[in-house]
Design a protein around this ligand. Structure first.
Ligand code: G4P
Length: 524
């Protein structure tokens, strides 16, 4: 079992939409022999044209169930790539998926640099010290100067970087990369940027053969830049990377399949195998004999004839066997699964045995919730699966008084799935739905009607941020509750939340109640 666990690499690729995540994923699958032709995972992506049509997006998301996890073998390793939806409205899905990865590859477009989503996603990774590897993509296009770009990444994301490869030229003049890790030069072949020359070992960059290979000007630039790098950036240190303190950087072009093999080869070697996970009472280690897992994603089937949902569970420790009784900790019930799913490239099939680091898909008829744990009997509750403050807030009203029960059930189940978050106002019991993207409101309305037979409408609720609050100063907390009663709500775990109506009132509250801690996420 230990050997199986050590050879697993479970990671996510994150980027701002359009930086090249899908293209890179596809190239990695090609290397792993998991797909035979380019274009096979394109269905994974939500088309740009569909951004205003949520049904179309849901349909495409339906397709993407299959690509939620892409597993393949490469050399002696088993690789699990967890798909993270690029569409901003599904950012919450991505945040949760990041609770199940052991490392990430961050793709940055050389011309666009650090974009809004890049910053947010990297922040979520840094919260848990997830090791980050950076891939600067689209080197075949004109973009920012490499030093400036690395500066930007360090400043905006707060990463410490250590380049392991360095570009020779860019755009029209892009000739290839110098692999600092293995001290070799990889050059594009001739005019066609599709083929790669054999890598050329260069032990000494001052060797005059460099001029013959890339020309006088490029040779001088490369020598100067490599010298500068060793002065400016820290030497690469695997342990610092694994602790999330130092990020190696690679350059390439996913579309042209350039720099991808180097990235993958280095990745399997240095990226961490499945990592321990924090639970309330203890740290759970992957090589413990007993099985444990937690649900990080639930995918509903939009087809009313097949209402079953699929819950994605990451195995934290031990091994999982089909048709074996496990404890669903929250309900206290023993359950066994006759048709658990595993994912290989873009196909899914029934799995007999899976190990820590793997993802299994568990069929669910509405009993599971994000964060739920499965064990062999221990009452584990995993930590670090927080909700973040939503961006949009609306009251939800019941439009059909005869269907109140259906509405409540529907809302509860959709919240368990993580479609949105529910807050109940303390003073009048009104329900507020908070989402990351406005699109979710349509999704909820549609699904309540078609799956639960309930009708709802929304009303604007002006709110800036939901802040989870706590304090060890009981007197101050009571005074805060007295003054801000109208703005207090409970989340689905009955935690106290302050619905700040503006950044100004939040600041005022912080100044006035210095002993109260305001958190933008539900775990602290
Ligand atoms: P995403 O998943 O991060 O959103 O990005 P995706 O891979 O879909 O890439 C976005 C666009 O960037 C695509 O073009 C893709 O072909 C292009 N691209 C990816 N890698 C490179 C690269 O290394 N060099 C260049 N020049 N382009 C790259 P598109 O026109 O939007 O889509 P498509 O019609 O090519 O599918």
């Amino acid at each position: 079992m230990e050997k199986e666990i050590l050879r697993r690499r479970t990671f996510g690729i994150i980027s701002h939409p359009d930086a090249g995540k899908t293209t890179l994923t596809e190239k990695l699958l090609l290397f792993g022999g998991a797909i035979q032709e380019a274009g096979a995972v394109k269905s994974n992506k939500i088309q740009k044209t569909a951004t205003s049509d949520f049904m179309e997006i849901e349909k495409q998301r339906g397709i993407s169930v299959a690509t939620s996890v892409m597993a393949f073998a490469y050399k002696d390793y088993r690789i699990n790539i967890l798909d993270t939806p690029g569409h901003q409205d599904f950012a919450e899905d991505t945040y949760r998926t990041l609770t199940a990865v052991d490392s990430v590859i961050l793709v940055v477009d050389v011309a666009k640099g650090v974009e809004a989503q890049t910053e947010k996603l990297a922040e979520v990774c840094r919260m848990r010290d997830t090791p980050i590897m950076v891939f600067i993509n689209k080197m075949d296009r004109e973009g920012k100067d490499a030093f400036d770009l690395l500066d930007e990444i360090e400043k905006k994301i707060g990463l410490s970087l250590s380049p392991l490869s360095w570009p020779v030229g860019m755009g029209q003049d892009f000739q290839g990369v110098y692999d600092i890790w293995s001290k070799s030069l990889k050059l594009y072949l001739g005019g066609s940027k599709q083929k790669i020359q054999e890598s050329i070992k260069i032990t000494d960059l001052s060797d005059s053969s460099l001029e013959d290979m890339i020309g006088n000007k490029a040779a001088k630039t490369l020598r100067d830049e490599i010298e500068l790098i060793s002065g400016v950036y820290e030497d690469f240190d695997v342990e610092a990377y694994r602790q999330g303190l130092l990020s190696p950087v690679f350059f390439g072009s996913a579309l042209n399949n350039f720099g991808v093999a180097e990235l993958l080869d280095c990745f399997v070697e240095i990226a961490p195998s499945p990592q321990p996970k924090k639970a309330v009472d203890r740290l759970v280690n992957p090589n413990e004999k007993n099985f444990s897992a937690f649900i990080f994603k639930i995918h509903a089937n939009m087809d009313p004839n097949h209402r079953n949902r699929l819950a994605f569970a990451k195995i934290v420790s031990g091994s999982f066997e089909r048709n074996t009784n496990y404890l669903h900790v929250r309900s206290g019930k023993k359950m066994k699964f006759s048709a658990p799913m595993t994912f290989f490239a873009s196909k899914k099939s029934v799995v007999e045995t899976a190990f820590a680091g793997d993802i299994v898909g568990l069929p669910d008829s509405g009993n599971f919730r994000i964060g739920d744990a499965f064990t062999e009997g221990e009452l584990l509750q995993f930590k670090d699966i927080p909700s973040f403050s939503p961006e949009h807030f609306r009251f939800i009203n019941n439009d059909d008084p005869m269907k109140a029960k259906q509405l409540n059930k529907g809302v509860d189940q959709l919240m368990d799935e993580g479609v949105a978050q529910l807050f109940t106002l303390e003073h009048n019991g009104r329900k507020i739905i908070g989402t990351v993207g406005a699109l979710q409101y349509e999704v909820i309305q549609y699904r309540l009607e078609h799956e639960y037979g309930a009708k709802c409408s929304y009303e604007n609720y002006p709110c800036y941020k939901a802040c989870w609050i706590e304090s060890s100063n009981q007197t101050q907390l009571e005074e805060f509750k007295r003054q801000k009663g109208r703005f207090l709500a409970r989340d689905k775990f009955n935690q106290l939340v302050y619905m700040a109506d503006s950044s100004f009132s939040l600041q005022m509250a912080k100044d006035k109640f210095p002993d109260i801690n305001f958190h933008f996420k539900s775990e602290f």
